[in-house]
Design a protein around this ligand. Sequence first.
Ligand code: HEC
Ligand code: HEC
Length: 462
Amino acid sequence: MKQKSNLFFRTINCLINRSLVAIFATGLFVVNGFSENISNIKDKSLLLKPIKNLNDEQYDKFILGRSFFVIPWVEAPSATTARDGLGPLFNANTCVSCHPANGRGTLYNKNMQFSRSLIAKLSIPNDNSKEHKEILKTSPLIIEPTYGGQVAINGIHGVNYEAKPDIKYKEIKVKFPDGEVDTLLKPIYALKDLQYGKLHKDTIMTFRLAPSLNGLGYLEDISNEDILKNTDEFDTDNDGISGRSNYVYSPITKKMELGRYSWKASTTSLKHQSADAAINDMGLTTSLFPKDNCTKNQKACNEAPKPRDLIDLTDQRLDAISFYIKNRKTYSAKKTKAYKEGLEIFKSISCAKCHIDNFTTKSGVKISPFTDMLLHDMGEGLADGRSEFKANGNEWRTAPLWGLSLHEKINKKSPRLLHDGRARTFQEAILWHGGEASNSKKKYMNLDKQAREKLIKFLNEV
Ligand code: HEC
Ligand code: HEC
């Protein structure tokens, strides 16, 4: 009798398991809009983990992508042709060195020097010439003629690096209506040890800190319509907040498309962004960006030994990297009582008009990324004067706030905030908000101390 019932239960179990496998395999394991690939546990290796429902083939692709993301690339020619082709000019030799544990980069390294996660980018103004107009059809901007679009802090053997960051900070005091005073650090951008002579006299310089790669698969899965719904370019609802989409040239479809990634939303997809990172951050060519990043003024760079393969990162590998980035677990805070209280304040002072806390993805997953994926004029204080496709010098994409709280777990220090890492605390980040976010900042400053503290506590959990 006992055996019989065992057999019965085993058959039932087996049927249940099979149907679970079937659900997993379709990739639709969503119950009431909640996915088990979103975790609220602050685990420092969470963002490294694969989502649950990968089949064998997908899992292999994930592992392949991960290997190209974490294994150091070497210079050509080398015995390991699978991953040679680094440089000639580069900032780091692995993706993960700028996105530690797939989180946000740090501003300083252990020697208290600017870390490699902080990148200097260069451009010159568009002079409206025929030549510039032609370039701008497919390129976000006009790069600086001698150093190119990004400053490399490393070069392979025989090729000089380009320059090192040299940012100074000026203190600015901000006084709250209730008398509290906070101090902001205003960065003064410069480069030192320039190895290839002077910069163009009209050079526009910006610094960018590597953002967290939390939840990127879900952000890719928000429909264009849901993003565009929140644009209000001419502020017709008169709330002081507009929100524009960036439209950028996609080297994949060869068309203008909605921009989603990077601080100015100037890349269209994870594949586009990965190929952009490969060439600019590591000097790895792809079919999308097949030319090495040497300018014509950089002789050693142009004459450096070439790898045996024409393309460093083949389409199959680039696909694997993008697949890896897309299919990792996501952090999203637990909706505790304190969270709900904080969120209420966050909404009451209009933070959530840009940092949107609810989207439903195309696969039906409810997410709280705290971004609208749109560009906003953030005022003179944050402006870098650099345009990227439709984004102008004052505009930034609303930074997604989810997952920032993992930084402390990963790096044992709080994250430096904003595009160049100038803000040391959440309050400093808020105080830098200007332009379309001026009213929201004012409302924050007018909250009583207790409410401000509740909001900051909430941000520490998000
Ligand atoms: C030298 C440092 C560095 C390296 C190496 C690096 N990144 Fe990044 N990454 C950055 C910075 C800085 C940004 C923001 C760029 C910007 O806004 O202009 C960024 C942005 C991104 C984003 C967009 C995230 C978002 O929310 O918009 C993705 C995805 C990404 N990197 C993937 C990669 C991949 C894949 C590699 C390896 C091929 C890589 N990165 C290598 C510094 C780096
Ligand atoms: C008009 C749109 C808008 C409003 C309103 C707004 N923000 Fe932002 N927020 C942004 C943009 C855009 C950025 C990125 C700016 C940059 O990096 O230069 C940002 C950045 C941040 C950051 C830093 C994130 C990071 O990754 O470094 C925090 C924290 C933040 N906002 C919190 C708030 C809070 C709290 C409020 C309400 C008081 C608020 N924001 C209101 C648009 C907005």
